[in-house]
Every structure is written in structure tokens, then in C-alpha cells.
Design a binder for this molecule. Structure first.
Ligand SMILES: C[S@@+](CC[C@H](N)C(=O)[O-])C[C@H]1O[C@@H](n2cnc3c(N)ncnc32)[C@H](O)[C@@H]1O
Ligand SMILES: [Zn+2]
Length: 364
């Protein structure tokens, strides 16, 4: 049996039980999230526990005292039980599926972690059955081919949205996942407040607070809407509202834009929490800390402009990103984005972005 150390926990990985060392960064982020939010007397459900590494780390590092772990797989159940014992973590460990547990339990949890294989969509409804006002959902999706548009019809079937298959696809996927969660939550009279949303490597992860109330639920559903994208000049527009209309004629170059969505067009994060997380990220290694600081610095606006795509539209040579950013920053808010390299989020329109790129390409 393999044994690894992650955070302050020692985890044995039994044969046939899932453990991906590459996801330790994401587990670090989840520990930091719980440390930043500090849910008091929280009851936490790790619904897809595998080795139990998450539940154990949430107890040991984030101080969550009341932990329940589930896994449908009998080897995983035994493995999580043994790991909890080795790490002296008292936890309820149950060898049941989330669906079976949600069908028979009348408990409500303060924090629920969903980290399944592939799409979390089939599990969200059952997680909501175990939720209450203020519950924090931490949800991973690794079906990025679906959410990023490589398998467009699967995305329509599973998430009810048309995905974008271009440079906007990672942010688009996160917004499709949030739209899906908001619609599911609305059936239980919950609105959603995303506290942090990430796309990295082959996964997406969203951290969402549930807010009880029929009008909040309706507002959350109305926070989604269509997105239009111009594949000639790389302009985009979007508008909140389930029946929102947007023009399919590009306001910059006049080409016909393609329509995508619906996607969540509200906030992707709560800046207070993300700043707190960045503040404590130092002890999780340089790379993770840099990632958290980038998330903290990122403007919370829908979508971005890829500067290499803009220079290729302009048929100009590549330009130094920092100078384009400095030029736009004279007039407008601007930041990089973790969703795509060499890309910027800004409240400036495409006219200003193209003017700044042209200026830098001619003068630098
Ligand atoms: C990707 S692994 C979880 C990895 C773990 N959270 C970690 O960070 O190492 C997914 C786990 O979910 C379990 N699983 C799949 N469907 C489930 C269900 N419906 N209810 C509970 N567990 C389930 C699988 O047996 C598997 O152990
Ligand atoms: Zn255009």
C-alpha cells in the first residue's frame, strides 16, 4: 500500500482507491477556503471521500470538528476509515452513495464537498437535500471536455447550456456549472453566492454559499444569460436575464457573432475571502501562493480579451502584455485572468483594447 504525506496528514492509498497527487494544490485551496471562511461549529460532509484525505485535512488543518465522509465504494470506505484512525480523526464514515444517504438522512450540513469522477451534475440535487441557509458547497468538475465545448451536445444534455469552444472556454465552463447549480438550488428555494471559482489544469472548482429565499432563488436564476462571441475580431457581449436579447452583429467589426449559454453572469468570487486566502497562502508553497494572489488580483468581470488573438486579428507582431496593461490602466480597470494566459479582464470596451494594442505594437 502506498503511503503519502499531504498537509499534516499521513494517508495510505489502498489498491483500487482513487488518489491523485496533482490535486493536492486544489485540496490546499479548499483547506485555505475553510480557514478563511471559518464556519463556526460546522458540520461538514465529504460526500466522495475515496481515501478520506479531504475530510481528514479539513479536521486537522482547518479545525472542522464534525466530519461525515461517504463513499459508494467498499474499498474506499475501509481505506477512509483506516486513514481517519491513523490520523486520530473522529469522523462518521459511511459506505453509502450520496443518493442513498440523502434519501434516508434528515441532517443538514454547513459544508458539503463534492469531488466526483467527471461531472458533479448527478450529485448536486442530493447535496441540496442535505443543505440549509448558509451551507457552503465546494464542487469539482473534471468533465472539462464537456464544459469547454469539445463535446457540445453532452454539455446541452447534462448542463442545459451551449458551451464555448475557444479561448473563453474555461471561464465559460465555470459559468455553465454555476448556472446549473443556481437552477438546481432554485428548486429548493436557495439563491447562490459564488465565493471563489477556479479553472486550472483539467478541473473546475466552485465554492458557493446558499442563501435561503424564493426571491433570492429567482434572482440567482436571472443572473444568467446569453453570451455572444465574434470569431473574427474576438469581441464578446453578454447580458443577464433568461429572456435577455443580445445582438448577433459584432459592434466592432460587423461580423455575425455566435451565441452561447445560458451562463452565470454574476460575480465569481467574494473579494474579502479571496484576499484572506491569499494572505494565508504563503505556507502552501510558492506556486500555490502565486495562484492565490493572481485570483485575488483578478477583476470580477465576465470574460476577457486574449491579446495574442487581438494581435493576430490586427496582423501585428506580438506585444509585451505588461505595457498593453499599463496603457489600458491609464483610463480603465484592468487585470490578467487565471482562465487564460496573455489575456486581460477590463471594463474598457474592445475599441480601447484594440487601440492600446495597436499603440504598443507601433511604439514599443
Ligand atoms: C475523484 S474520487 C474522490 C477523490 C477525493 N475526494 C480526493 O480528494 O482524493 C471520487 C470518489 O467518489 C466516489 N463516488 C462516486 N459516486 C459516488 C456517489 N454517488 N456517492 C458517494 N461516493 C461516490 C468514488 O467511489 C470515488 O472514491
Ligand atoms: Zn467582430
Amino acid at each position: 500500500m502506498r503511503r503519502i504525506i499531504e498537509g499534516r496528514s499521513s494517508i495510505a492509498v489502498a489498491k483500487g482507491v482513487f488518489y491523485n497527487p496533482k490535486m493536492s494544490k486544489l485540496r490546499d485551496v479548499s483547506v485555505m477556503f475553510l480557514k478563511a471562511v471559518k464556519p463556526k461549529n460546522a458540520r461538514l460532509l465529504d460526500a466522495t471521500a475515496a481515501t478520506g484525505v479531504r475530510g481528514i485535512r479539513y479536521r486537522v488543518e482547518a479545525g472542522i470538528k464534525d466530519i461525515t465522509m461517504l463513499d459508494i465504494n467498499a474499498s474506499a470506505y475501509r481505506n477512509a476509515k483506516a486513514n481517519a484512525k491513523t490520523n486520530r480523526v473522529k469522523a462518521k464514515i459511511i459506505g453509502k452513495s450520496l443518493q442513498e444517504f440523502a434519501g434516508s438522512s434528515h441532517e443538514a450540513f454547513d459544508v458539503i464537498d463534492l469531488d466526483p469522477f467527471g461531472s458533479p451534475a448527478p450529485l448536486v440535487h442530493d447535496a441540496l437535500k442535505l443543505s440549509k441557509d448558509g451551507t457552503l458547497l465546494m464542487i469539482t468538475a473534471t468533465d472539462t471536455a464537456t464544459l469547454c465545448g469539445a463535446e457540445g451536445s453532452a454539455c446541452l444534455r447534462i448542463y442545459g447550456s451551449q458551451p464555448i469552444h475557444n479561448e473563453l472556454c474555461h471561464e465559460g465552463g465555470v459559468r455553465i456549472l454555476l448556472n446549473f447549480i443556481a437552477r438546481e438550488a432554485a428548486q429548493f428555494n436557495f439563491g447562490v453566492e459564488p465565493l471563489l471559482s477556479i479553472a486550472d489544469m483539467h478541473y473546475m472548482r466552485v465554492f458557493v454559499a446558499l442563501r435561503r429565499g424564493a426571491s433570492r432563488a429567482a434572482e440567482s436564476v436571472k443572473a444568467s444569460g446569453p453570451v455572444a462571441y465574434c470569431s473574427r475580431c474576438h469581441n464578446f457581449t453578454c447580458k443577464q436575464g433568461m429572456t435577455a436579447q443580445i445582438s448577433s452583429k459584432c459592434g466592432y467589426c460587423g461580423a455575425t457573432m455566435r451565441l452561447f449559454g445560458p451562463m452565470w453572469l454574476g460575480n465569481l468570487k467574494n473579494s474579502n475571502f479571496v484576499s484572506k486566502m491569499a494572505g494565508i497562502s504563503g505556507k502552501y508553497g510558492e506556486k500555490t501562493a502565486a495562484f492565490l494572489h493572481a485570483l485575488d488580483a483578478e477583476l470580477d468581470l465576465p470574460f476577457f480579451y486574449s491579446i495574442p488573438k487581438i494581435t493576430s486579428y490586427l496582423r501585428s507582431s506580438s506585444v509585451p502584455m505588461n505595457i498593453v496593461i499599463a496603457k489600458i490602466a491609464n483610463k480603465s480597470a484592468v487585470s490578467r485572468t487565471h482562465f487564460e494566459k496573455d489575456s486581460i479582464k477590463t471594463d474598457a470596451g474592445i475599441n480601447e483594447v484594440i487601440a492600446a494594442t495597436k499603440f504598443v505594437s507601433k511604439n514599443v
